[in-house]
Write a protein that binds this ligand. Structure first.
Ligand SMILES: Nc1ncnc2c1ncn2[C@@H]1O[C@H](COP(=O)(O)OP(=O)(O)OP(=O)(O)O)[C@@H](O)[C@H]1O
Ligand code: SF4
Ligand SMILES: [Mg+2]
Length: 359
């Protein structure tokens, strides 16, 4: 059963110097109990998309399209209904949210707050529920009396997850839930989220720039570039056999767990993501694309079928040819210069050479 449906969702921020089209025509669905990963570089619109789902955007943001949560039109909800939906039906764990805990209130009181505000429990029952939630996220009940500064970053993030679970929502949106945590704690928190959503049948939208993390936790992956979804499909397939050159570059940018060689030969993508106020014409990725064609600068790109249950916004997919593998230049070419880091210019030069050779 479909829990969440986004239809042509767009978000534009109005700022003094003009308009920032942060999310552009995103259509996605999420089934009950399923997990969707949203990946993309910094500025690709991931957090804007997440905040739009619960109408948490600032006033200067104009939202278009449609968001249906459990069949209800989120953009048409009254503020009263919207407040009831937040926490109780869908909750969000923000990017770096552990820093957002109130430093002068005990952990237990902060976890109990959504339960009390939504009238879901009386104080005694809320205390019991807090102990239960702390147990679910692997913290002892006595921690409810602690203040945030008495906990580590990983423990604080566990508290945020307990808060998100408090009202038994049907959907949790986790925006970079492990950013700023060390790798060991990151793995623990990810395993925790994965287990909790599976155990309670909660739907999950997890946002990260790290495709490998998303592929591990989520069933489906959507890759965003410049506010648009450029590839979507089953997570293992998108991660291991991406059809869009940008997804390939993103997948190759992280070392493979258990493969030490991949750590020594990182692959990267040259250039910076585009300024949303000055988007390139045609396919927004064309100035950075290692397999660009002449037509890409004027092409009206769309998400085209790219295999069973998959779509990708690339002309190579539309013409039903496989995407040439020059898409991810190998950063190890710099090893002779004594470094495995890939300076952007060097990667660009390699990509241009590869293209010239191919043509
Ligand atoms: N309140 C705002 N006002 C104006 N522009 C904004 C605002 N918030 C975000 N933006 C712009 O919208 C675009 C998308 O930002 P967003 O925070 O959604 O990206 P992101 O993919 O979450 O990036 P990151 O990985 O760095 O968190 C960026 O160009 C950003 O500068
Ligand atoms: S449409 Fe063209 S520029 Fe865009 S990703 Fe495909 S080949 Fe590259
Ligand atoms: Mg973000």
């Amino acid at each position: 059963m479909t829990l969440l449906e986004l239809d042509d969702l767009s978000v534009t921020y109005r700022i003094a110097s003009g308009e920032v089209p942060a999310v552009r025509g995103v259509s996605l669905t999420l089934d009950s109990g399923a997990a969707l990963g949203v990946a993309g570089e910094s500025g690709s619109g991931k957090s804007t998309l997440a905040m739009a789902l619960l109408r948490l955007l600032p006033r200067d943001a104009r939202v278009g399209g449609r968001i249906l949560l459990g069949g209800e039109d989120v953009l048409a909800m009254s503020w009263g209904r919207m407040r009831a939906v937040r926490w109780a039906e869908a909750s969000i764990v923000f990017q770096g949210a552990q820093h957002g805990l109130n430093p002068v209130r005990r952990i237990g009181d902060q976890i109990a707050e959504p339960l009390l505000v939504h009238g879901l429990a009386k104080p005694d029952a809320a205390r019991k529920r807090v102990a239960e939630l702390l147990d679910q996220v692997g913290l002892p009940a006595w921690r409810s009396r602690s203040y945030p500064h008495e906990l580590s970053g990983g423990q604080r993030q566990r508290v945020m997850i307990a808060m998100a679970l408090a009202c038994s929502p049907r959907l949790i949106i986790a925006d970079e839930p492990t950013t700023a945590l060390d790798v060991m704690v990151q793995a623990q928190v990810l395993t925790l989220i994965k287990d909790l959503v599976a155990e309670h049948g909660i739907s999950l939208i997890m946002i990260s720039h790290d495709l490998s993390v998303l592929a591990d936790v989520c069933d489906q992956l959507a890759v965003m570039y410049a506010g648009r979804v450029v590839e979507h499909g089953p997570s293992g397939e998108v991660f291991h056999e991406a059809r869009h050159p940008y997804s390939r570059a993103l997948a190759a940018a992280f070392p493979t767990v258990g493969d030490p060689l991949s750590r020594m030969a990182p692959k990267g993508l040259g250039g910076d993501p585009p300024d949303p106020m000055q988007l390139p014409s045609g396919c927004s990725f064309h100035p950075r694309c290692p397999v660009v064609l002449d037509e890409c600068a004027t092409l009206d790109v769309d998400l085209w079928p790219a295999g069973p249950g998959r779509t990708a916004a690339c002309v190579h997919v539309r013409s039903d040819a496989s995407v040439p593998d020059a898409s991810v230049p190998d950063a190890s070419v710099n090893e002779q210069a004594g470094t495995t880091d890939a300076p952007v210019d060097a990667v660009d030069a390699q990509a241009v050479e590869a293209k010239e050779e191919a043509s």
